[in-house]
Design a protein around this ligand. Structure first.
Ligand code: S3P
Length: 173
């Protein structure tokens, strides 16, 4: 079982639409280890979908639940692949927890790729605006330094398919 070869968690961070969930699933399959999607855990803990958490409780509440779920993941256990939501790095406490959790990989993608993927994928309350491109750019400007400060490895996925990206991560992890 190759999972025994994974010495610690691999934590995927990066903006919405950069492929964290897709690549996380591939990595977990390649390694034969569990995959954990933080957004799903948040929905379970809050008992409602992310869009409703934002509309009924607001972003601040979402961030509280997000931080609590991240904290729970820090409990000892077998190594896993952990995919996070794009805004995980906005709270300082969560940035500290990320580093403690394992090997942090920052997935990057060009803005037009992000725009295209987030336009056709599941709902993203933060991008429900008349000008999603401008919102993406503004959020990226705020967040780039925070991703950079949190990451052990940066990967530009432009021109790579998800399998190639996953292999690149495994070579460096
Ligand atoms: C968010 C990203 C989303 C989700 C929520 C907030 C963000 O996750 O956590 O909508 O602040 O960037 P994905 O990055 O998986 O889309």
């Amino acid at each position: 079982n190759p999972a025994s070869g994974l010495p610690r968690n691999i934590v995927l961070i990066g903006f919405m639409g950069c492929g964290k969930t897709t690549i996380g699933r591939i990595l977990a399959r390649m390694l034969g280890c569990p995959f954990v999607d933080l957004d799903l855990l948040i929905e379970q803990k809050a008992g409602m979908p992310i869009s409703r958490i934002f509309s009924e409780r607001g972003e601040a509440y979402f961030r509280l639940v997000e931080a609590a779920v991240l904290h729970e993941l820090a409990a000892p256990g077998p190594p896993r692949i952990i995919s996070t939501g794009g805004g995980i790095i906005t709270r300082r406490r969560s940035r500290t927890l990320l580093k403690q959790l394992g090997y942090v990989v920052w997935l990057q993608a060009p803005v037009d790729t992000i725009l295209e993927r987030t336009g056709r994928n599941r709902d993203r309350p933060l991008l429900e605006t008349d000008d999603p491109a401008a919102r993406i750019q503004a959020l990226l400007d705020q967040r780039m330094p925070l991703y950079r400060a949190s990451a052990d490895l940066e990967i530009d996925t432009a021109g790579l398919d998800p399998e190639e990206t996953a292999c690149g991560i495994l070579e460096s992890a």
